[in-house]
Design a protein around this ligand. Structure first.
Ligand code: PDD
Length: 279
C-alpha cells in the first residue's frame, strides 16, 4: 500500500512520523474517514467542512488547502486502485518537546492519509443486524470535534465484543448519545425516526445528515432529541449510521430483542436508498 505523509507518497513500511508527534503523545490530532464506492469519494465536501471545523475548534492550522486535499485523496485512491473501502486522513499539531502547553504556532502540522479496502455494500453485519450493549458515555464532552482520542470508544467496544455484542451505545443521564463510532437511531411504534440532536455531546455525522435527508424525502417523520434506554427497548426498530457502515440495523440491546429482533424495514430501506444516491 502507498500512504501519504507530508507531501510524499511512499510504501507504508517506509513512512515515518516523529516519536515526538503530539498526535502520538497527546492524541492532539483530528481525523476524517471518507468512504469510497466504485472508486469515488462519498460526501467529500461534507467531510472536509467538518475537518476545517475540528481544526478551528482546536486552534490548529490546516496543513494544505482544500483543493490540495482533494488532489491528495484522488491520487492516493488511484495509486492504490481502491474501488471500495475508506480513506483515512489525520492531522496532528506536529512534533514538539513534550509539554502540556501547545507548542509555538509555527510548529508544522503532520498530515497522513492511507486507504483501507473494505466491503461496504456486502456487509454480513448489516444483513444480520447488530447487537449492542449500553455503557456509560465516559468520553470528554466535546465529541463534536473529531479527535483521535478514541481509547474509551475502543476499550468499551472491545469489552462488549468479548461479551458477545457487536458495538456499544453510549449513555449519558439515561439517554443515548451515539455509538462507539456511529450515530444512533430508533424508530418508534408510530414510525417516527428519533436521533439525538446535534450538540457538543455527539459527532455531527456526515452520513447522519444524508440519511435524515433521505428519510424526509420518504416523508418519514424525524425527531432530533435525546431518547432513553426504555425507548430503545420499546422501539419498533433501531439502527446506526457512519461512513464505514452506511446504515446498519441494530436488533438487540443488552440481550433483549428490539422489535421482532430482525433488521427493520425502515433501516433496510434507508440503507438501500443511501447506497443508491451515493453511487
Ligand atoms: N466514525 N459518531 C462517532 C463517535 C464517530 O466516530 C463517527 C464516525 C460517527 C459517524 O460520522 P460519519 O457519518 O461522518 O462517518 C458518529 C468513523 C467512521 C471512524 O471513526 O472510523
Amino acid at each position: 500500500r502507498t500512504v501519504y505523509v507530508n507531501g510524499d507518497y511512499v510504501p507504508e513500511n517506509e513512512a515515518t512520523i516523529s516519536v515526538f508527534d503530539r498526535g502520538f503523545l497527546f492524541a492532539d490530532a483530528v481525523y476524517e474517514v471518507t468512504s469510497v464506492l466504485d472508486g469515488k469519494l462519498i460526501d467529500f465536501p461534507g467531510h472536509m467542512a467538518r475537518l476545517s471545523r475540528s481544526l478551528g475548534e482546536l486552534d490548529m492550522a490546516a496543513p494544505v488547502s482544500d483543493d490540495e486535499l482533494l488532489d491528495i485523496h484522488r491520487r492516493l485512491l488511484s495509486e492504490n486502485d481502491l474501488v471500495e473501502g475508506m480513506i483515512y486522513l489525520q492531522v496532528t499539531r506536529g512534533a514538539a518537546d513534550r509539554d502540556f502547553l501547545f507548542p509555538e504556532a509555527d510548529t508544522r502540522p503532520n498530515l497522513v492519509l492511507f486507504t483501507q479496502e473494505k466491503s461496504l455494500i456486502d456487509s454480513p453485519l448489516a444483513e444480520r443486524g447488530q447487537k449492542v450493549r449500553s455503557v456509560d458515555d465516559l468520553r470528554w464532552r466535546r465529541s463534536d470535534i473529531k479527535t483521535t482520542q478514541l481509547l474509551y470508544a475502543s476499550w468499551a467496544k472491545s469489552r462488549a465484543h468479548a461479551g458477545g455484542a457487536d458495538d456499544v451505545w453510549l449513555v449519558r443521564d439515561g439517554h443515548v448519545t451515539e455509538g462507539s463510532s456511529n450515530n444512533a437511531y430508533i424508530v418508534t411504534a408510530d414510525g417516527t425516526i428519533v436521533t439525538r440532536h446535534l450538540s457538543p455531546e455527539i459527532l455531527s455525522g456526515i452520513t447522519r445528515q444524508a440519511v435524515l435527508q433521505c428519510a424526509r424525502e420518504l416523508q418519514i417523520k424525524v425527531e432530533e432529541r435525546p431518547f432513553t434506554l426504555d425507548e430503545v427497548r420499546g422501539a419498533r426498530e433501531a439502527f446506526s449510521t457512519s461512513a464505514s457502515s452506511f446504515v446498519s440495523p441494530v436488533i438487540e440491546m443488552d440481550g433483549m430483542a428490539i422489535g421482532d429482533g430482525e433488521p427493520g424495514p425502515v433501516a433496510r430501506r434507508l440503507r438501500e436508498i443511501y447506497i443508491e444516491k451515493s453511487r
